[in-house]
Design a protein around this ligand. Structure first.
Ligand SMILES: CC(=O)N[C@H]1[C@@H](OP(=O)(O)O)O[C@H](CO)[C@@H](O)[C@@H]1O
Ligand SMILES: [Mg+2]
Length: 553
């Protein structure tokens, strides 16, 4: 243990906590300006190493700040099944990230290892897969992570290179399942299952004019665009034009582009214009775990018609429900998980499909956890982050039903329905929301259904909504309940929100502290855009008055 202690002390001395800063494992890991994150990432490396020792499996660590500006960076840890690190470890991660000096850091580690019965000292080996996005601070931070990992005896760090966040999660999952886990395996799985699903389209769909073959994708000048360039080499039946790939001269990461910009501003990203009118477009975020679709509105100064995560979720739900209806021998409990940011019209639509809808706080770690409770759990945040999870039992039943139908009733409607479901389970990334796998699934489903983009848009009409953010002195002064739909502290704020909301038809409004930015977010929905804007503005004024701040959009 003495060696372990001196190794920790020595390593921690090289990554001192910056003066006056504190860090918190928020909605999606630690995030801050990339230049101050050395100690945090080093310590996240230690947490990952301990997590691997505790679980006896390989875990992941990815360095990214997703949709945030290029100067930001962040770090998050993936559990052995590829999902986000178990939330019960977040308090330890927070304590470690804020330990004031090497000595207290080492003591925290030793005490935690003792409490959690984690075998230190090298008797057991551990493994952490590492990846980063394209941010300039990524390389130095990756080195910090490696040093954190190697300060726990017996732990090996394996650098998987520049990857999308979902690729790393997928690799961790496959690595532990003993299945092929390289990037080329990931590409092959996506393109093979996409091909299978496209080939299962009813024959009369193959030449429909409504199935527009062209798709333009905004890569947010991040990692997703150039990965998609690779995948598209093995894809037929879809013509993909990737823009904002991050190549020299194409612009800055997430600046005026990317899924977050498109979803929140409802404008086309840079690099898109009049010549793209009428063409189906999609936008990824900087680390390619979010996906939205859109189409430019003629004569509107680059305004767009948006198809967000809610509508992607609806499309997936319809398709899965349709296949299951053909397969009465395959009963499945289907559940849909959303957050308060889901448009009210989307929730009504999904409930009208007869599906169970549950709400969780913001952050995929919460949605994912709930979705695991179903045979088939679909979850999406409105911003386009989500996936479909299939339980082990369902997957094995599907496999046997599919085998039986393939031998007894090949080519039948039932057999095709089972094969479509199998292809969906292979195409969707079951570790975490994945923009690239989601994009291909959307395209294959539209093709199977013979649906135009317009038909998809027309599933339901979104209620007008507005999001604002307000910078306050201390955003943690706001405490929420009921999946963040109500403020419990300061109590006066909720009363004011209720009074404002009651003034509008279909009014709905909530506020919550962001887990990734130092702001309070305001969401408002109402029957008209003017009402949604005015509701959001008046609530922002109240937040401003009660907590002291400036309104930002
Ligand atoms: C309104 C909104 O889009 N919030 C996003 C954003 O979290 P905040 O806690 O709202 O900052 O980033 C998270 C991580 O990407 C994502 O899970 C979440 O949905
Ligand atoms: Mg992201």
């Amino acid at each position: 243990m003495a060696d372990q202690l001196s190794l920790l002390l020595d390593s921690a001395t090289r990554f001192p906590l910056p003066n006056g800063l504190s860090f918190s494992y928020g909605t999606s890991g630690f995030r801050s300006d990339g230049s101050v994150l050395g100690s945090t990432v080093h310590r996240a490396g230690i947490v990952a190493a301990l997590r691997s020792l505790k679980t006896g499996s390989t875990v992941g660590l990815v360095i990214t700040a997703s949709h945030n500006p290029v100067c930001d960076n962040g770090v998050k840890i993936a559990d052995p099944d590829g999902s986000m690190m178990d939330q019960s470890w977040e308090p330890f991660a927070n304590a470690l990230a804020n330990a004031p000096d090497p000595n207290s850091l080492a003591q925290l580690v030793l005490q935690f290892a003792k409490d959690e019965e984690i075998p230190l000292g090298g008797g057991q080996s551990a493994e952490v897969l590492l990846a980063r996005d394209t941010r300039p601070t990524g390389e130095t931070l990756l080195e910090a992570a490696k040093q954190g990992i190697s300060s726990i005896i017996g732990t090996v760090a394996i650098d998987m290179g520049i990857l999308t966040t979902p690729e790393l999660h997928w690799m961790v999952r496959c690595w532990n399942n003993g299945t092929k886990a390289s990037e080329s395996d990931y590409f092959a799985q996506l393109s093979n299952s996409f091909r299978s699903l496209m080939e299962l389209a009813p024959n009369d769909n193959l030449n429909l004019d409504t199935v527009e073959k062209k798709l333009i994708v905004d890569g947010a000048n991040g990692v997703g665009g150039f990965k998609l360039e690779e995948i598209k080499k093995n894809i037929t039946g879809l013509e993909i034009d990737v823009r904002n790939t991050g190549k020299e001269g194409e612009g800055l990461l997430n600046e005026g582009c990317g899924a977050d910009f498109v979803q929140k501003e409802k404008f086309a990203p840079c690099g898109f214009g009049l010549s793209d009118l009428g063409i189906r477009c999609a936008s990824l975020d900087g680390d390619a775990d979010r996906l939205v679709f859109f189409r430019l509105i003629p004569n509107s100064n680059n305004k767009i018609e948006l198809v967000d995560g809610d509508k992607i979720l609806s499309l997936f739900a319809i398709f899965i429900q349709e296949q299951l209806r053909l397969l009465e021998e395959l009963p499945a409990r289907l559940g849909v998980v959303q957050t308060a940011y889901a448009n009210g019209a989307a929730t009504d639509y999904i409930k009208n499909l007869g599906l169970e809808v549950i709400f969780t706080p913001t952050g995929v770690k919460y949605l994912h956890e709930k979705a695991l409770e179903y045979d088939i759990g679909l979850y999406f945040e409105a911003n386009g982050h989500g996936t479909i999870l299939f339980s082990k039992e369902f997957l094995s039943q599907l496999d046997s039903v599919n085998r039986e139908l393939s031998s007894k009733l090949p080519g039948s409607k039932k057999q095709k329905a089972a094969s479509r479901l199998v292809a969906v389970t292979q195409l969707i990334n079951q570790a975490v929301g994945d923009a690239l796998s989601g994009l291909l699934l959307v395209e294959a489903i539209l093709h199977n259904k013979g649906w135009s983009f317009q038909k998809w848009c027309d599933l339901y009409q979104d209620l007008p909504s507005r999001q604002l953010k307000v910078k306050v002195a201390d955003r943690t002064a706001i405490v929420t309940a009921d999946a963040e739909t109500r403020v419990v502290k300061p109590a006066a704020l909720q009363e004011l929100i209720d009074i404002e909301t009651a003034k509008y038809t279909h009014g709905r409004c909530f506020v919550r502290p962001s887990g990734t930015e130092d702001v309070v977010r305001i969401y408002a929905e109402a029957a008209t855009q003017d009402s949604a804007d005015s509701l959001a503005n008046s609530v922002a004024q109240h937040v401003n008055q009660i907590l002291g701040s400036d309104i930002k959009t």
